[in-house]
Design a protein around this ligand. Structure first.
Ligand code: NPG
Length: 369
């Protein structure tokens, strides 16, 4: 495939309600979108990086820079396919979210031209996926219960609560009490704890949680091994898992018994399929994480979540969980599930008028030659 142009679109999209995690509160989503224009047609990719480097070291302006100066010129200088992109990008260390966005745009262009969907290409075995919802830190327990009740009424199959020191046992107990017996509940700490908190975190064992996600800093696999040995709640890594090899190492060391797969975090959907396969081979359940994606990224996530190893509901919520209007046709919850798009490529159509309306700055175009 010959790439003629790479467009960088930086958008600011309002959220329907603020979203608070252990590292901050956001009221809008600044998102970087890419459109590649190729000799076989166009493709879109969404970058999962946030505006600030608080979830990981990557952030929107950094990704823009890496694409502008390195990844964009690389795909404009040589014939390329989605399958050759990772090799082509290997001269750049890290920057997986930026690489994933470019690779996804190439894959979208390529599969649209071939008339093949992401789901078919990834190896999807389901036509719909079970959905969970991620619930931010709330100003109060009554407000939290209100928000959770709303999601339960909408049909979400699993609730994930964001926790941090000072916001953990009490909200978890209150939500556990609110839910029907046996309802799926899990927590996500986004690295907010340290090994000094093991005794405290052990108290979460009382709430029959599916898992506790990423309690400690991403580099500290050893601390997660220690916690996993000390508590009965399964430990699940997110931020720490930057590629398949790190995941296999963490699984073998028993730091994680369940894996959160986010394609953006590990460099793309091709790597995500590889990670899925490695986990399936080892009987390690996986689920699809989310990064407040618009319909563009959500479409790809839903296709990925339809692979056989994704046995737990993902953070693949409906569009209206975050946005009053989505950049594509909206993803709508039906009996707690979302349909896997069947159209070519991502299978969704980007609404150019909204891309223009939410633009933070004029589109930047990188050209061949
Ligand atoms: O539903 O898309 C979603 C978001 C799910 O909680 C979610 N994402 O750590 O997994 C995470 C978390 C996140 C939120 C990450 C904000 C980065 C920023």
């Amino acid at each position: 495939m010959r790439v003629e142009a790479v467009e960088l679109h930086r958008l600011a999209i309002p959220l329907v309600r603020p979203f608070e995690t252990s590292f901050g509160r956001q009221t809008g989503r600044v998102v970087l979108l890419l459109r590649v224009r190729t000799d076989v047609g166009d493709g879109w990719g969404e970058c999962v990086a946030m505006v600030d480097p608080f979830y990981s070291s990557e952030f929107v302006s950094g990704c823009e820079d890496v694409i502008r100066h390195y990844l964009g010129p690389a795909i404009l200088a040589a014939d390329v396919t989605a399958e050759s992109a990772a090799g082509l990008f290997s001269f750049v260390v890290g920057h997986r979210m930026a690489k994933a966005a470019v690779e996804t745009a190439l894959l979208d262009a390529q599969l649209r031209a071939a008339g093949r969907s992401f789901g078919s290409y990834f190896g999807a075995v389901r036509d719909s996926v079970e959905c969970g919802v991620s619930v931010g830190i709330s100003p109060s327990i009554p407000q939290l219960l209100d928000e959770v009740s709303g999601y339960v009424d909408q049909g979400y199959r699993r609730i994930k609560l964001k926790i941090k020191p000072g916001w953990d046992l009490e909200p978890v107990a209150a939500v556990r009490e609110l839910l029907q017996p046996g309802a799926l509940l899990q927590v996500d700490a986004n690295t907010a704890y340290t090994l000094d908190d093991v005794e405290h975190l052990r108290e979460l064992d009382a709430f029959d949680l599916l898992l506790i996600e990423q309690p400690f800093v991403e580099e500290d696999i050893r601390a997660h091994v220690a916690l996993a040995a000390a508590i009965s709640t399964p430990v699940c890594l997110d931020e720490s898992i930057v590629n398949t090899e790190v995941a296999i190492d963490a699984i073998e060391r028993r730091a994680t018994s369940i894996v959160n797969i986010k394609a953006g975090r590990i460099g793309g959907y091709l790597e995500a399929v590889r990670l899925h396969d490695a986990c399936l081979e080892r009987n390690v359940p996986v689920w699809c994480g989310g990064m407040l994606e618009t319909g563009i990224g959500r479409a790809a996530n839903v296709a990925l979540a339809a692979l056989p190893g994704f046995t737990l509901p993902g953070d693949t919520s409906a569009s209206d969980r975050y946005f009053a209007e989505d950049l594509t046709e909206p993803f709508v919850l039906r009996d707690g599930t979302l349909d896997v798009p069947t159209g070519a490529g991502s299978g969704v159509t980007v609404r150019d008028e909204l891309v223009a309306a939410w633009a933070e700055r004029p589109v930047e175009v990188l050209l061949r030659g």
